[in-house]
Design a protein around this ligand. Structure first.
Ligand code: NAD
Length: 732
């Protein structure tokens, strides 16, 4: 069965309808292109056809884009010469869209041809917008929920079916830049304002409007196919265009630090394409697109940020259990985390009982939601009614009896075992036998905390990251006795609040913090050694970390670092490896430089809390050595510090699924997203090289870089993580 069908009406308008079999939204694949091509040929050759409308059979949407599963594997299936195979495949796609755009016009005179309109019932993303951009006029139904745009850059590629070249020529480099470089999506009215589409009409008039236009004998030649075409805003050698390109180049490099291959390639495609005729520009776009697809970063990013993220959100690791959707959640502790958890729950329509020791504190926690909604109202994203409705879902109280009907509790009181034990008992005295109790602890072992529970099977960790409303990851931690229903409950809750879950086993610092702490520590250790703090911070950013280790510890606070260090030392005794780090950290705390919250840390801050640059006084205590290490050594120390912890977590069974390790690392602490995550990065550099590098780092810097047995074994056997451990591959 084909995804495209054609029907020509009595007026001679051929309507090509796209309706992907078995999907709620259209997605494009190779067969789809072949089918579309054949129907376009048929309609152009048919004398009875005066014009064509391309639309969708799905209510409220045109298309979600290309099937990313296919893109991620395109390189592997492109034959012995994959670059050639990919380039040829992309050019074939251009051929189909160019045929739509030229629509049978005489190449010399631009006369003749049949008008082709795109009629979008709603959402049109990626290739779902690139096809319309090749048509002669784009109509969209006035559906405010619809999203129109080219989001490819968000998953590590760029619009490679002519969208880059067409949009740049249609809007100019400046106009196209938020849409191409940031993947900005608009609703239909916004898309019209931005010049992306031509007309917004009531949904029930969509086809009629497109048809009236098709039959109106319109001019269909595109500006770039006419003599004397000039790019809006100027081509690169025009003074205004020149400024745009210089600015865009600086902006892209500033934002990406040069580590995201797609952003650079996109900019090159636009710049180089602007200097040549349209068909040559398409060829240039195809070469850059091939270049990006050949880069292992693009398939790793698609795999982690799209395919596996979605699989985890849909419950890839959910145990068999009946639906555990949360009806009423009790949040204990209305501090920074509790207030955020109450907010995201109420936003998802879940009733919340928000408890604190004092009514004032509970009310303050609830006011966090009010403030959040007020900000939305100021930005015209939220209505007063919505604010009232969301606030109406939160009952802020000190009365534990109000928890009686809750089916999930999330405890977020002080990080103190006895306070938490006390709360657990008080809660369980009022909740029913099916209620699941979750703790938001960031450091305390779940198995230990579960001892205070009357039913450890129903006790679990649900670890949010701060700030709760912004951070996308939630780490679910199973204690020794945690049962399947509790895991399912946690996963269903995370799905309701639209975050991404990973499920890990109980161990010191679970997964995310276990990997972040060595990153911070390695940075601080280098300060002690005399490595320039600027080198440490910039090395981290130049390898794609959003924050350098010193900035990160400033943000999370130095006294928290001291607290964690003391607790870890107490737990590990003589095996504690971070004495050198503590010397610096404790000294900073002694100077009352506690990080951003005290307006002083490894960085200096102004009175308003704005970061001013690295603190110069640090050098008096820890002088910068005359000889500095090279950039790659610093980067490898910072990356391996994290990645080896991830491997150990897998080796020890804390992580059960490398997909969670990769997705969790990117969403949880921003681990170099271009790499696809720690395991993807190891696959990119290869286990043999990784092991060799660890051996060198161990010799130079100490045992913390010792090659884990698992990595050594993989190096010896030439294994890759995504071949040896990919659960999705096994499931397929
Ligand atoms: P916080 O100090 O801002 O809030 C704790 C709240 O709990 C306070 O409002 C306090 O009044 C209340 N409280 C204390 N004892 C109580 C009791 N017996 N009954 C009712 N309320 C009580 O702390 P926070 O930063 O929100 O952290 C809360 C928990 O979340 C801790 O376990 C922490 O480790 C964890 N956590 C924090 C972060 C973070 O970045 N701050 C991140 C993840 C997890």
């Amino acid at each position: 069965m084909t995804d495209f069908t054609i029907k020509t009406d009595a007026d001679g308008v051929a309507i090509i309808t796209w309706d992907t079999v078995g999907k709620s939204m259209n997605v494009m694949n190779q067969q789809g292109f072949t089918d579309l091509d054949a129907l376009i040929d048929q309609a152009l050759a048919d004398d009875a056809v005066k014009g064509i409308i391309i639309t969708s059979g799905k209510e409220g949407s045109f298309a979600g884009g290309m099937d990313l599963n296919i893109i991620a594997k395109m390189k592997d299936s492109a034959g012995d010469d994959p670059a050639r195979g990919l380039f040829d495949g992309v050019m074939a796609m251009h051929g189909v869209l160019r045929k739509i755009e030229r629509a049978g016009m005489d190449p010399k005179t631009n006369k003749g041809g049949k008008p082709i309109a795109a009629a979008l019932p709603g959402t049109a993303l990626g290739i779902g917008l690139e096809i319309p951009l090749a048509c002669h006029r784009i109509f969209a139904a006035d559906n405010p929920k619809a999203k129109i745009g080219l989001p490819e850059i968000m998953v590590g590629i760029f619009p490679g079916a002519g969208g880059t070249t067409r949009l740049a020529r249609k809007l100019g480099a400046m106009g196209a830049s938020p849409l191409l470089l940031e993947g900005k999506l608009n609703d239909p009215q916004g898309a019209k304002r931005a010049g992306v589409i031509d007309e917004v009409v009531p949904a029930d008039e969509l086809i009629a409007a497109a048809k009236a236009w098709v039959l109106s004998s319109p001019t269909i030649v595109k500006p770039w196919d006419e003599k004397g075409y000039k790019m809006p805003g100027g081509a690169p050698y025009h003074p205004a265009g020149f400024m745009t390109f210089v600015g865009a180049s600086a902006m892209v490099n500033g934002k990406t630090m040069g580590v995201f291959p797609a952003a650079k390639a996109l900019l090159s495609a636009v710049y180089e394409g602007a200097l040549v005729p349209f068909d040559t520009a398409l060829k240039i776009e195809a070469r850059w697109f091939t270049n990006v697809l050949m880069n292992p970063s693009s398939s790793a990013m698609i795999r982690s940020l799209f395919i596996n993220k979605e699989a985890l959100e849909k419950g890839a690791n959910r145990p068999e259990a009946p639906d555990q959707k949360v009806k009423q959640v009790g949040v204990i502790g209305a501090g920074m985390m509790g207030a955020g958890i109450a907010l995201v729950s109420a936003l998802a329509g879940i009733k919340v009982v928000l408890i604190d020791a004092k009514q004032e504190a509970a009310d303050k926690g609830k006011s966090y939601t009010a403030d959040y909604m007020d900000k939305g109202i100021a930005r015209k994203k939220v209505t007063e009614d919505k604010k009232t409705a969301v606030l109406g879902l939160i009952n802020a109280t000190t009365d534990y009896a109000a928890l009686k009907d809750c089916d999930l509790i999330v405890e977020a009181v002080f990080e103190d075992t006895s306070v938490k034990a006390d709360v657990t008992k008080k809660v369980q005295a009022v909740t029913g036998p099916d209620c699941i109790f979750a703790t938001n602890t960031s450091t305390l072992p779940i198995t230990e905390l579960a001892k205070a529970s009357n039913d450890p099977e129903k006790f679990i960790g649900i670890h949010f990251f701060s700030p709760v409303d912004k951070m996308l990851l939630v780490e679910i931690i199973k204690g020794e006795k945690t049962g399947d229903v509790a895991v399912a409950k946690a996963l269903d809750f995370v799905r309701q609040i639209r975050k991404t879950p990973i499920v890990v086993n109980d161990a010191r610092f679970f997964y995310a913090n276990r990997c972040i702490i060595p990153y911070i520590n390695e940075g601080i250790r280098m300060v002690k050694e005399g490595v320039s703090p600027a080198l440490i911070e910039n090395a981290a950013k130049l390898v794609g970390m959003p924050l350098g280790p010193l900035q990160l510890v400033d943000e999370t606070s130095i006294d928290l670092g001291v607290k964690i260090a003391k607790a870890t030392r107490a737990a590990m005794g003589d095996a504690y490896p971070d004495g050198e780090v503590d010397e610096v950290l404790f000294w900073m705390a002694d100077q009352d430089r506690l990080g951003r919250k005290s307006n002083s840390g490894f960085y200096a801050y102004d009175d308003k809390g704005k970061r001013q640059g690295l603190w110069e006084g640090l050098a008096a205590q820890y002088p910068v050595a005359a000889e500095q290490p090279d950039l790659v050594t610093v980067q490898h120390r910072l990356l391996f510090a994290q990645v080896l912890e991830a491997v150990r977590a897998l080796e020890e069974g804390v992580l059960e699924d490398i997909r969670e390790g990769d997705v969790g690392a990117i969403l949880g602490w921003g681990f170099a997203p271009w790499s696809g995550g720690p395991f993807s990065w190891l696959d990119i550099i290869g286990a043999p090289y990784a092991a060799e590098r660890c051996d060198q780092l161990t010799e130079e810097f100490g045992d913390r870089f010792k090659t884990p047995d698992l990595l050594r074994d993989m190096a010896d056997k030439g294994h890759e993580f995504y071949k040896r451990f990919d659960k999705s591959a096994k499931a397929a």
